[in-house]
Ligand binder design. Structure first.
Ligand SMILES: [Cu+2]
Length: 162
């Protein structure tokens, strides 16, 4: 005889709670937190920016040295600079994280550039990113894929998850 439905019902809220906790908890290692990583839907072989906030909660300066992803052939650290009327991206060697600072990687500014995507990125998927810091070491996070053209991972964006 099958279980009455009332035994199955509590599982759904629990699963939603677990998903929410997974989204809210920043990945952290020795004083560096990686908060709200996100990227955008993009075609296979394409490029895409990945964005997040890097928070140095320690008392010593750290630096983001490099990022890798199993879904990108190459990953670079980029800054965006105004050049006359045009915004241009160019690679930077590292991204400094002063003690106590929160550094925003955001559209129009510093960002992680995913180059040569191994597969299409669809909204709702997750992209593993491993960030390597000079002091904090490696931190792996999963960037949430938002819709193409999304401007941020804040409230009210990302297609109804919140
Ligand atoms: Cu770029």
């Amino acid at each position: 005889m099958p279980h009455p439905p009332r035994f199955a019902l509590p599982l759904a809220p629990l699963r939603i709670l677990a998903l929410s906790l997974g989204l809210a908890a920043p990945a952290m290692a020795q004083g560096v937190a990686v908060e709200q990583p996100w990227t955008r839907a993009a075609p296979q072989g394409g490029v895409g920016g990945a964005f997040m906030t890097l928070r140095n909660t320690g008392t010593t300066e750290d630096r983001l040295l490099a990022v890798t992803s199993p879904l990108a052939g190459k990953v670079e650290l980029h800054e965006t600079r105004r050049d006359g009327d045009v915004m241009r991206m160019r690679p930077v060697d590292t991204i400094p994280l002063p003690a106590g600072a929160a550094v925003a990687l955001a559209p129009g500014g510093l960002h992680v550039m995913l180059i040569g995507l191994q597969k299409p990125l669809a909204a709702g998927e997750r992209v593993p990113l491993t960030l390597r810091f000079e002091r904090a070491g490696a931190v792996t996070v999963e960037a949430e894929v938002l819709a193409a053209g999304a401007r941020g991972a804040g409230h009210g964006q990302g297609g109804g998850r919140h």
